[in-house]
Design a protein around this ligand. Structure first.
Ligand code: PRP
Length: 236
């Protein structure tokens, strides 16, 4: 890890601690983290940065658990099992905290492109792409007027409706590594279409990630389609 990477990790740990501090006293934060309250106070106030080992623990272990807890608190599930996660996908700052935890906590290789499906996956994909310093692309259910060539993926859904996703052909180049992400995975149909697009582009799958897995079907379906790591931050 070079000096800039160390500094970035230390700053991300401070971001995670600040988020946790919003709903905790320093004593409670000390209990959650196992770190001394005095040190935490200095980190949260920006007087001192946590060392690399501590920073890594905060971001990778504590961060993942804490963010999953925060995510759970933001999810609303209605009587029919439909998930409302607008509190999460509309909060770009929260997703900016999620990105490093996802990138460090799962075994995804560094992608060239983070790919999602419009609409709700876009803010997560943007945070991850920004974290990795790579491009973000999203497939849409309709064709953009001025674009001439598309990569298309079509599927007949369980409901019987036929769904096509379109991605401008230049968005992914052959041989590139693509991390496929979405806010939610339920049946896995959307992820399957995105994986088909990666395949049609002759690109490689770096991984499949969803913030929320509604049941196991979608995750299992994605695992059948790729050997790359597949995971979610939480499940309902
Ligand atoms: O695993 P699946 O069963 O395919 O479900 C997951 C998809 O459903 C939602 O999108 P939706 O199609 O509702 O479009 P939206 O993002 O525009 O709301 C969600 O954002 C995922 O893309």
């Amino acid at each position: 890890m070079n000096r800039a990477e160390k500094a970035a990790l230390q700053l991300r740990a401070v971001d995670v601690l600040r988020m946790l501090k919003e709903t905790r006293t320093y004593e409670e934060l000390a209990e959650t983290t196992g770190l001394p309250a005095g040190d935490l106070n200095r980190y949260v106030n920006g007087h001192v940065l946590p060392g690399t080992d501590r920073a890594r623990e905060v971001v990778e272990e504590l961060g993942r658990e804490a963010l999953a807890g925060e995510l759970d608190a933001r999810i609303r599930v209605d009587d029919e099992g439909y998930v409302d996660n607008s509190e999460t996908v509309f909060d770009q700052s929260f997703l900016d905290l999620v990105a490093p935890v996802v990138a460090n906590g799962f075994d995804f290789g560094r992608p060239d492109v983070v790919l999602t499906a419009a609409t709700d996956g876009i803010t997560l994909a943007a945070s991850l792409a920004s974290y990795y310093g790579t491009r973000c692309a999203y497939a849409k259910k309709s064709k953009e007027t001025a674009v001439e060539e598309f990569i298309e993926a079509r599927e007949r859904l369980q409901s019987g409706i036929e769904l096509t996703y379109y991605l401008p052909a230049g968005a992914i180049d052959a041989g590139e590594s693509v991390l496929v992400v979405d806010d939610l995975i339920r049946s896995g149909e959307t992820q399957e279409l995105l994986l088909d697009i990666v395949d049609a582009a002759d690109a490689e799958v770096a991984g499949v990630f969803a913030l929320i897995a509604a049941g196991d079907d979608g995750i299992e379906r994605a695992r059948e389609q790729t050997d790359a790591p597949v995971g979610s931050l939480t499940s309902v």
